[in-house]
Design a protein around this ligand. Sequence first.
Ligand code: HEC
Length: 402
Amino acid sequence: MEGLDWLSLFVRWFHVIAGVAWIGASFYFIWLDNSLRTPPEWKQEKGIKGDLWAIHGGGFYEVAKYAYGPESMPATLHWFKWEAYTTWLSGFALLIIVYYFGASAYLIDPSVNALSSQTAILSGLGIIFGGLALYELACRSPLAKSPKLFALFLIMMICFASWLTTQLFSGRGAYIHVGALVGTIMVANVFLNIMPNQRKMVAAVAAKGEIDPAWGASAKLRSVHNNYLTLPLLFIMISNHYPMTYQHPQNWLVLIAIMALSAWIRHFFNLKHQDIKKPSILVSGAAGMLLLAIWVSVPVSQQESTAAASAPQNDQTALSADDKAVQTLITTHCTSCHAASPTDDIFKVAPLGVKFDSWQDIKRYAPQIYQRSAVSKDMPFMNKTGMTDEERQVIAKWFKEQ
Ligand code: HEC
């Protein structure tokens, strides 16, 4: 348990570092492309179609983009691909460590769908790689000729994935799978399209051959897709801190709305870099987020309490005396926060979606309960419910004897 936590810490840390490098490079190059302006005559004669000047870190930079390619290959050509690959590899490792090794606690929520670990993991992988296959097929179909129609297809596909995952997995598990699908599509765009097309361009320059404009155009389209997917993906990466989103009864709609609004806001910045100012996009995006926040906050408590009322009653008959003692401890010290309808003054939604309402829930989270209340002892949160060391020992003893 603790070894896995350390592994998860290192992999997550690495994932964030790689992701910052990837998305940072993506933002920088999209900004660069949008900020290029017509260069002076002498540069145009060299085949440069746009240039720009920038100042950063105490120096001036002059950047030029060629319409096709330079006359001869430069001695050093920088590529940007390992940022993307390492982000994906570490993200996938994290998915396995957290959600697949911990499937029964994190991926499967019996109140959504009582899948076996194996079925849940296979469904998750099926959604990620099936979705990727569908996207790649669409990219090679006539659909790809119309960027607008293609965008519509991509949106529909992601909406469907949001709905499907929330029917199968816990709220967190569903969100992270949509994120994994989006991230996999993004990295596949780099691996399967942008890189091969760039390799063709480099080979053509080296052989002094012709560059087919279609190579660059296709890579550019994929890179625009990636650009619009960055903000939604970043939201999903931090979403597991915000149970009011993934615990909402219509969590799939909440996810779709946040993804759509954040891509819309990304659109504002893309236009702005091209000197097209459309503040209406930013204002409508922000208003949309506000409306969403209001919609998510208001009805949730009513809907949750009806859900709690219809939840199956605990089967007390099979509990031993030790079990009952542990259940009493948890009801006393934990369920003020970790319940379908928390009574805590601050936490109105179960933190991280972790609920201990029934004995089944307690069994499901037993390793985490033991870890946080008896080993790291950071639960109850701030020891708000005043759990004593003796009580922590009762939980430790119960867990070890299971
Ligand atoms: C005052 C509210 C509160 C109480 C009481 C409380 N918790 Fe928590 N719990 C939280 C919060 C907030 C988090 C999320 C912390 C974070 O984001 O790391 C959390 C997270 C957890 C997690 C981590 C879940 C995960 O998926 O990583 C576990 C396990 C947990 N609590 C167990 C317990 C146990 C066991 C008790 C009772 C002994 C308890 N908590 C009492 C607020 C509370």
